[in-house]
Design a protein around this ligand. Structure first.
Ligand code: NAP
Length: 372
């Protein structure tokens, strides 16, 4: 039976993930810093009697020991910017595949840049951002770029790095197409968010959002993006603002794009900008169940080919937190089943994009890609 270690199992996303592991017929092992909270979470997740292992972030060795006889780790403990790296070190030390639910852009870049060689040496795949934004956003962008782009054998768009910028080291993946531009947009409206999400957004507040131009990641120019965007299923256009989404970091690793940018609805950007510690504390730990089930998420990608041809695609569904658990567990299962190379990978590098999105349609997700 597939044993999946869920780190941060006592949190909101962690409990949903444990429940999803059980629903799939796999064996969850709940890992975290506090035994009583882990046992309570097991009961709440419908996994009473599941194995609980206590290990804190202060000992990579203890964490690795907790992971060792599992096939894969799903890390749900955020803010990842603060908590994430010891868990990756421990997964690699234990020789166990790793996925997480982060949406934090700079953390994601640090992981993809910094842990690749160690993961290759250990023979494990490390796939962060397997949540309802970074996962579907990267997968739909791969398919949209493929539609708009042309295949290119080699040659990333190179440029000299300005100070504070970093250069892309290579592009690999199923598509590896060339396009002029990719725009990725998280177009969910205001709705159910957990305190953990608010805390994670507050933790990265003040960090510069990145954009990607001619082979270089650099601070985003907030005024450069579109001011509004047509939202599938809505009349009119929604006001959008630049935001540090995972796609800016993940997409250039498998699409040869001259430019990659990311936006969200301006009203959501304004809410994030207003997150003081007091506001974070006032957010319910667990969002209202009915509001969560009713809330919709929508990731959209647009690509412009080198010849000016355009493509647009989107993926949408309900209950973003439940979907995050589905995405993370299915990603974990696919890593164990084999096929993904060792190393740090974006979702679209690790998994067949259309195949993965098709899997999500069994959970009410719809997706499409079309020439524009
Ligand atoms: N991008 C997306 O689309 C998306 C979707 C879903 C979730 N997420 C991310 O997933 C993360 C979890 O969200 P959530 O709502 O589940 O948060 P949460 O309910 O606050 O859970 C946080 C978890 O982290 C653990 N933790 C906190 N500090 C720790 C420490 N110092 N050492 C060890 N463990 C520690 C907590 O353990 P204790 O119980 O012991 O405190 C708990 O298990 C957030 O970063 C959120 O942004 C992202």
């Amino acid at each position: 039976m597939l044993r999946i270690a869920v780190h941060g199992a006592s949190g909101f996303t962690g409990r949903l993930t444990v429940a999803e592991v059980r629903r799939r017929g796999f064996t969850p092992v709940l890992v975290g810093r506090e035994e009583s909270r882990l046992r309570k979470a097991a009961v709440e997740a419908g996994a009473e009697g599941a194995e609980v292992r206590v290990a804190g972030l202060d000992s990579v060795e203890a964490l690795a020991e907790a992971f060792r006889d599992c096939a894969v780790v799903v890390n749900c403990a955020g803010p990842f910017t603060v908590l994430g790296e010891p868990v990756i070190r421990a997964s690699i030390a234990a020789g166990v595949h790793y996925v997480d639910t982060t949406g934090e852009q700079l953390y994601l870049k640090r992981v993809l840049d910094g842990f690749h060689e160690d993961a290759v040496r250990a023979g494990v795949s490390v796939v962060p951002a397997m949540a309802d934004d970074g996962g579907p956003g990267d997968l739909i962008a791969a398919l949209v770029a493929e539609r708009a782009g042309s295949s290119a054998a080699s040659g990333a768009f190179g440029a000299s790095a300005a100070s504070g910028a970093s250069v892309a080291s290579g592009v690999s993946g199923a598509s590896a197409v060339s396009v002029a531009e990719v725009l990725v947009a998280d177009l969910r409206g205001p709705g159910a968010a957990s305190r953990g999400t608010a805390r994670s957004m507050a933790a990265v507040f003040g960090q510069e959002a990145l954009a990607y131009t001619d082979g270089v990641w650099h601070p985003a120019d907030e005024s450069a993006g579109p001011a509004s965007i047509a939202v599938p299923g809505e009349s009119g256009e929604a006001q959008v603002s630049g935001m540090a989404l995972p796609g800016v970091v993940t997409i250039p690793r498998h699409v040869r794009a001259r430019r990659v940018r990311s936006v969200i609805r301006s009203e959501i950007a304004a809410m994030f900008a207003a997150l003081t510690p007091e506001v974070v504390d006032s957010v319910p730990e667990t969002p209202d169940e009915a509001a969560r089930m009713a809330s919709r998420w929508l990731m959209l990608a647009e690509a412009t080919g080198l010849d000016g041809s355009r493509a647009r695609g989107w993926v949408t569904g309900s209950d973003g937190y439940g979907m995050t658990a589905v995405i993370a567990v299915e990603g974990a299962r696919r890593l164990v089943a084999g096929g993904a190379p060792a190393g740090t990978l974006t979702p679209a590098q690790a998994f067949d994009p259309a195949g993965f999105l098709d899997h999500l349609t069994t959970h009410g997700v719809t997706w499409q890609v079309a020439s524009a």
